[in-house]
Design a protein around this ligand. Structure first.
Ligand code: GLY
Length: 364
């Protein structure tokens, strides 16, 4: 199975999302860059596995193929790494017609996309996401950037890729924790905008655990379609796109509080449980719906509780989140499964109560 989605802006096609289960069709897709140069940006986890395969395909089209590899992990997501990538581009005399390929997970995509957005005021970037999280979310929609001081994703740009090429077979080498971390973003689409997809995820639980290729392809395609619908309507997050941040306001604060020892999706799962709890307490969800949503994360090996946390410190950290604006935090709540709403009335006390709710030991 292979699929192609064409992402538009103002009804004009901007880039394709290609879903394949190998890299075979990649060279054909790179054809518009024939005789140009490309820099493949990757990290120390992904480079050793996929850099050769992608370089080989790229070399059939580009006149020169270079690569740069940085240490894997959130610690690299900063302006120092951006500077290193820019230096490589300058050293090899890249010009505005040349191209960056982002090969890796969310950190690689955000970093390489941001470097592409500022080098010579913008060169082309192609996203080849290799983690579940990047395939279903971060490689699509043009959000790029880095962390700055204690602020996550604080410096960056909206910068659309020229192509997103997803090879679902790369998920076979993803470690289990990373895979399930991506499942938090998959579940997000069901919760915020597609109740039938939510049911599908529950039905296909065993196939998802087994990483059955056909199931994963169908799942990824549905997520890409969901994301496509939202970013086409609101590419620069002036409104509706904020629903994609469901679970992220407290999720990002927890991520920071835990000093990035928990993975992004694990924190999003915890943030989603809190958001569902607040939705219940504000009368939007029933108690039964809250518990059903909370417990749905468990089979996907995602946490629904934490011990020994300081809810006060976590709430304090939400103030450093760029999702807040002068009018307060834009919190994403659920009206029901499949329907998210943006709410600016969530108070610190409501967040504290939600964090206290998840402050227990699941094993006791
Ligand atoms: N990951 C959320 C967004 O792209 O808006």
């Amino acid at each position: 199975m292979s699929a192609k989605l064409s992402v538009t802006m103002n009804k004009k096609p901007i880039y394709d999302i290609i879903i394949e289960n190998d890299f075979e069709a990649l060279a054909e897709r790179l054809e518009p860059y024939r005789n140009r140069r490309c820099m493949i940006v990757t990290d120390t986890n992904v480079g050793p596995i996929y850099l050769d395969a992608v370089s080989e395909k790229a070399a059939t089209v580009y006149k020169e193929v270079y690569s740069t590899t940085f240490p894997a992990g959130e610690d690299s997501k900063n302006l120092v790494t951006i500077q290193a990538v820019l230096k490589e581009l300058i050293e090899h005399q890249f010009d505005r017609k040349d191209c960056i390929i982002a090969l890796g997970g969310g950190v690689v995509g955000d970093l390489a996309g941001f470097a592409a957005s500022i080098y010579m005021r913008g060169i082309s970037v192609i996203q080849i996401p290799t983690s579940l999280l990047a395939q279903v979310d971060s490689s699509i929609g043009g959000k790029t950037g880095v962390d700055f001081d204690q602020y996550k994703n604080m410096v960056g740009a909206f910068y659309m890729p020229k192509l997103v090429y997803i090879n679902t077979a790369t998920l076979s080498t993803l470690d289990a924790r990373q895979f399930y971390s991506g499942m938090a973003e998959v579940m997000k689409y069901g919760l915020i905008m597609d109740a039938s997809f939510y049911e599908w995820i529950l039905e296909k639980m065993y196939e998802i655990h087994d990483r059955d290729p056909a199931t994963l392809e169908e799942m990824i395609e549905t997520c890409c379609q969901c994301k496509q619908r939202v970013v086409e309507r609101d590419p620069y997050e002036n409104g509706e796109r904020a629903i994609l941040n469901f679970g992220h306001t407290l999720g990002h604060a927890i991520e920071k509080y835990m000093d990035f020892k928990l993975l992004h999706g694990e924190c999003v799962a915890l943030g989603s449980v809190c958001a569902a709890y607040i939705s219940w307490k504000k009368g939007k969800l029933s108690m039964e719906e809250y518990y059903e949503i909370r417990d749905m994360f468990v089979p996907f090996r995602l946490p629904i509780s934490m011990t020994e946390i300081s809810p006060e410190k976590i709430v304090e950290l939400t103030k450093a989140d760029k999702k807040s604006d002068a009018g307060g935090i834009k919190f994403i709540l659920l009206k029901k499964v499949g329907k998210a709403v943006i709410d600016t009335s969530v108070t610190a006390e409501e967040m504290l109560a939600a964090l206290q709710e998840i402050n227990f030991d699941e094993n006791e």
